[in-house]
Design a binder for this molecule. Structure first.
Ligand SMILES: [Zn+2]
Length: 108
């Protein structure tokens, strides 16, 4: 391998790392979609603080809060409370699931 080749390869690797960094750097979500029973109920924007309660068919309730560009469930009447324990989400692709209510929040 010539010295020039090593240089080119190093440069390519550096560019790849830079792209990866850029990709992850812009991984912040801008909005979240709320689903119940695989049906889209709502879209909430992470730059706007809200507090909203969603009710599923079986009487299940989940209160979704958006605060400081993060979305979370702060109240739910499900038995396991997994959705509340999931905590705050703000990255694209992150989800909060409440299985007993078939309730889902997905960050985009
Ligand atoms: Zn739950």
């Amino acid at each position: 391998m010539k010295k020039a080749d090593v240089f080119v390869i190093s440069a390519l690797v550096a560019i790849c790392i830079a792209f990866l960094f850029l990709f992850y750097g812009t991984n912040e979500g801008t909005y979240a979609e709320i689903y119940i029973n695989n049906q889209k109920q709502d879209t909430v924007f992470l730059n706007k603080n809200i507090k909203k309660t969603y009710e599923s068919e079986n009487g299940g309730k989940n209160t979704v809060v958006v605060k400081n560009k993060k979305v979370y469930v702060n109240f739910a009447n499900c038995k396991d409370g997994v959705c509340i324990k999931s905590g705050k989400k703000h990255k694209k692709g992150e989800i909060i699931v409440c299985a007993p209510h078939r309730f889902l929040v997905e960050v985009h």
